[in-house]
Design a protein around this ligand. Sequence first.
Ligand code: NAD
Ligand code: GLY
Length: 369
Amino acid sequence: MSKPNFQTVAIDLAERSYDIHIGSHLMVEKTMWEALPRATSVLIVSNETVAPLYARQLEELLRAKFPKVITLSLPDGEAHKSWQTLNLIFDALLENGCDRKCLLVALGGGVVGDMTGFAAASFMRGVPFVQVPTTLLSQVDSSVGGKTGINHPLGKNMIGAFYQPLRVICDLDTLKTLPAREMSAGLAEVIKYGPISDMGFMEWLEQNMDLLMARDVDAVTHAVRRSCEIKAWVVAQDEREGGLRAILNFGHTFGHAIEAGMGYGAWLHGEAVGCGMVMAAELSRRLGLVDESFVVRLTALVVRAGLPVVGPILDAADNAGRYLQLMRLDKKSDAGEIKFVLIDGPSRACVRGAPDAMVREVIDACCTH
Ligand code: NAD
Ligand code: GLY
């Protein structure tokens, strides 16, 4: 039998360390599921889009190892990343008699992964879980690092926990069924790793963006691997976001305002982050941290990834005021002062405030053609 072909990125978190496996056909590769703790039951949490595509094959494989395997299919979409949907996971666990020795498997994108992780963190005060991310965004970002949670109508990802998975299995074959718009959304989170920590990777992205858009296997493998390496490096130093980890939120302060202001799901998370990175780059320029050429370069890359670079109008009467109001709810805010992740040198990001008047100018400039 041929050996499976995959790459592994290790995330070093002492007793919570784990591996991220990246390759084709991995989900149904038996070795991926070896050396996990014994479990009395497995709940595969997926959604109405992903479950029909992939849950059956995974169920079949896991049935050979675990006595009881159940699949729960949640409603699809960011609008369902809520208490109500989270409760469906607890309902399924309790109705099926799952105990402390159960295992949760998140099969889907970031929405399924974040909710399943939060359910695992809180069911019976914590049960193990495995991430099987099926979108580019979840493979390069959300499945790694242990941020789990749900949205509140007043703010994005406001309720949650840090809780690490046992393992991440990135099966690149799942990207074959991913809609083009979702592929672009994932590329936003890939692009962010360049400016914040590796301009060499940004150059590589500039050279390979067309291949990535065409889902070339080698290019996608490299992008997922490099993104996971950078994220693993950051998280290993600052698991609970005491400082450094905040740089992973480049573009997210503006982006979360777009998502909440438009209503969750209207703009995809990655679309809002793509546009938010351009706004954060423009704020960096106005603060004298980068020059115009950086903003032009980043904007061109975001456009080539098929992402929007003009922000939406959230309030016709006072658009900038509405952005500011929403951004004050950001988790990085400190005593009401909004903190932005800004670029202040090649491969370097900082977290700092900016005068409201300047932020207003950036919003005005970035929300009109
Ligand atoms: P998503 O989970 O909504 O998935 C996008 C869409 O693609 C959904 O309709 C989904 O059903 C569908 N889909 C998933 N896999 C598919 C496949 N293989 N083929 C066809 N369709 C498929 O969105 P996302 O972009 O994966 O994740 C966004 C979420 O991740 C947001 O809620 C965001 O806040 C969160 N996030 C979390 C972290 C973290 O560190 N935890 C980091 C970044 C983003
Ligand atoms: N996506 C941001 C983080 O994981 O910290």
